[in-house]
Design a protein around this ligand. Structure first.
Ligand code: SF4
Length: 196
């Protein structure tokens, strides 16, 4: 059994609940016009997740795919390295995760404090099928669409949060920090509420 650790991701990139990447805007469409930021902000190409391959995305677009569910920041056990979907998640989170909000508390400098935090890149995705089924990176890699509640679809951060909660997606409020949790306790904290 391999104890896997954990890419951290920042908060979602659009809307009033976020405080990172507030300089991101969507290129104009009727649906997202209200989300636009000042014109100096970097842009997301309309429907970029449908029109471009993952390895053709800009950094801003890549980061905008993360829904901030936080599942990748939980300690997990990979049962079979050859089958990445054979994974058990615990409710024990990386020490940098804010367990209330479910967001990384120091995304910019996270690798300084958590050197084994994996930066999720296109090339690594093939070995990351242990990501949850809601994860946009995994979904697009597998040829699936974004979940209908994704912020890029709704353009409404509050609605997205409500829908994620209703769908049982996200670790906010239901995980604990790894600080002070021993190996033995880890194995007792396996959870089943993350769908792979
Ligand atoms: S599992 Fe995917 S969508 Fe969820 S926080 Fe990690 S990278 Fe973002």
């Amino acid at each position: 059994m391999i104890n896997l650790f954990t890419p951290s991701f920042p908060k979602p990139t659009l809307g009033e609940i976020t405080d990172k990447h507030t300089d991101v805007k969507l290129e104009s469409t009727a649906a997202n016009a209200s989300l636009q930021e000042p014109s100096s902000a970097p842009t997301l190409r309309p429907l970029f997740w449908q029109r471009f391959a993952l390895n053709e995305l800009t950094t801003v677009e890549w980061e905008a795919l993360c829904d901030g569910c936080g599942a990748c920041c939980l300690v997990k056990f990979l049962e079979d390295y050859d089958d990445q979907t054979d994974v058990e998640y615990t409710d024990v989170a990386c020490r940098l995760l804010d367990c209330e909000s479910g967001y990384c508390s120091n995304y910019a400098d996270r690798q300084q404090y958590v050197p084994d935090c994996v930066s999720l890149t296109y090339d690594k995705l093939v070995d990351m099928m242990w990501l949850p089924s809601n994860c946009a990176y995994k979904r697009l890699y597998l040829g699936q669409d974004l979940p209908e509640w994704h912020l890029l679809i709704t353009g409404d951060a509050v609605a997205t949060q409500h829908s994620m909660r209703a769908a049982g997606v996200g670790v906010a409020g239901r995980c604990i920090s790894e600080v002070g949790v021993g190996e033995e306790e880890l194995e007792e904290r396996v959870v089943t509420w993350i769908e792979v």
